[in-house]
Design a protein around this ligand. Structure first.
Ligand SMILES: Cc1cc2nc3c(=O)[nH]c(=O)nc-3n(C[C@H](O)[C@H](O)[C@H](O)COP(=O)(O)OP(=O)(O)OC[C@H]3O[C@@H](n4cnc5c(N)ncnc54)[C@H](O)[C@@H]3O)c2cc1C
Length: 370
């Protein structure tokens, strides 16, 4: 069997590892020209669900790379008001040295690419497919084509595979924009940062829709390109951020960071100091999107995983973990006599409550109503 995966994101790469390990003929087609393309180094929490899925799919050598390049486990989730009065705190046991509880997205993808040189093709933007009696013919934007027995759309929230397979699915913009950024963890920043910001995920909110999330990314083994940092993400509607989408998505990283500085100008001086120590060139804007109902589809040769099938807000920290869960189930379906209909039913049953929870969390956190 020949499997073609569209998208070398978290789910697509993990699936490729699982299939390759099982001896399946697999190729991953990624639209980006290289692994280093685009800013994508943000922190992702890996839950036990994601960790178990990784353990089920990854060969030992790849799993060791994932563990080695993961970030050191935190032990806290906390909330603060804008003057840094703590509103809540949850403390967790610190995970062991082989645990993967959070990763930097870029370092994680690089680890998941271990050993995939022969199956990973960059610069291949999926355009469309045609199902034939023998398989699936795939057309790319560069005019080239490929054939496969099974096509997997792992091409993320804006999935073109889904666009053709389930054109009726509405992916809603929840009206919240994030300005994502990094504060390098220099000794001075470590001195200034509240202890909680260095222990886990902290959300600071002004109570009227403006929020900022902080979380440490302290690598076990940093990537060549950068070192430890404090993830800093400003969230709010366009009105709260004082910039339309036309403005936000045309701005330079430095201008985006200036919005962050302006937004926290009245907040506790420590937050301002941290933002002042940020890396303006690292800032980029993100739109938060979700589906309401996870769709079903009828093809037996074309299937979906991850954000392509169940786009969700990041407010439950579950999108990547659910993509990994899907990839583990799809590995099993494609390497056993289980069919893709069963896989699809499992995906819908598993992801629908998570999509709903992520949306409710987002409505509460970001003070929006969808
Ligand atoms: C700020 C932020 C924080 C987050 N934090 C967490 C967290 O803590 N925990 C968590 O579980 N999730 C988190 N998420 C969500 C998580 O990042 C996504 O759910 C996850 O990356 C989805 O994986 P995926 O493989 O489905 O898609 P992606 O990782 O988005 O990968 C899709 C890939 O497909 C490629 N592609 C797109 N179109 C095409 C095309 N036409 N042809 C070929 N290739 C294409 C893209 O370039 C990309 O490489 C967060 C998201 C954001 C934005």
């Amino acid at each position: 069997m020949k499997v073609a995966i569209m998208g070398a994101g978290i789910g697509g790469l993990a699936l490729a590892q699982g299939l390759l390990e099982a001896g399946v003929d697999v190729t991953v087609f990624e639209r980006d020209p290289s692994a280093q393309y685009r800013k994508q180094g943000y922190r992702i929490h890996i839950s036990p669900v994601g960790e178990q899925a990784l353990a089920a799919m990854l060969p030992d050598a790849v799993r060791r790379r994932v563990i080695a390049t993961a970030t050191q486990p935190g032990d806290l989730v906390a909330g603060f008001d804008a003057q840094l009065n703590q509103q809540f705190e949850q403390v967790y046991p610190v995970a062991g040295p082989d645990a993967v509880t959070s990763v930097d997205r870029y370092a994680f993808r690089r680890a998941l690419m271990t050993g995939l040189d022969d199956v990973l093709q960059f610069g291949k933007q999926f355009a469309s497919y045609v199902e034939t009696p023998d398989g699936v013919e795939i057309a790319f934007a560069d005019g080239t084509s490929a054939v496969a027995d099974v096509l997997v759309g792992a091409d993320g929230v804006g999935s073109r595979v889904r666009g053709q397979l389930v054109p009726e699915l509405d992916v809603l913009d929840i009206g919240v924009r994030c300005i994502y950024g990094k504060v390098p963890l220099t000794p001075a920043v470590r001195d200034v940062a509240p202890e909680a910001f260095l222990r886990g995920f902290c959300f600071v909110s002004d109570g009227s829709g403006l929020g900022a999330a902080f979380a440490p990314v302290v690598f076990r083994e940093p990537p060549a390109e950068y070192g430890d940092y404090l993830m800093a993400v400003l969230t709010g509607t366009n009105a709260v951020l004082g910039a339309s989408d036309e403005e936000l998505f045309a701005m330079s990283p430095a201008d985006l960071w200036a919005i962050v500085e302006r937004s926290v100008a009245d907040w506790h001086p420590t937050v301002r100091e941290l933002v002042d120590a940020g890396e303006p060139g690292a800032a980029f804007p993100i739109t938060l999107r979700t589906c309401i109902t996870v769709p079903s589809w009828s093809s037996l040769r074309v299937t979906l995983l991850g954000d392509a099938v169940h786009p969700m807000t990041p407010a439950a920290g579950a999108g990547a973990n659910t993509a990994l869960w899907d990839a583990a189930r799809l590995t099993r379906a494609l390497t056993s006599d289980q069919d893709l209909v069963t896989y699809q039913q499992e995906v819908i049953a598993n992801s629908q409550p998570i999509v709903t929870e992520s949306l409710h969390n987002a409505e509460r956190m970001f003070k929006v109503s969808v």
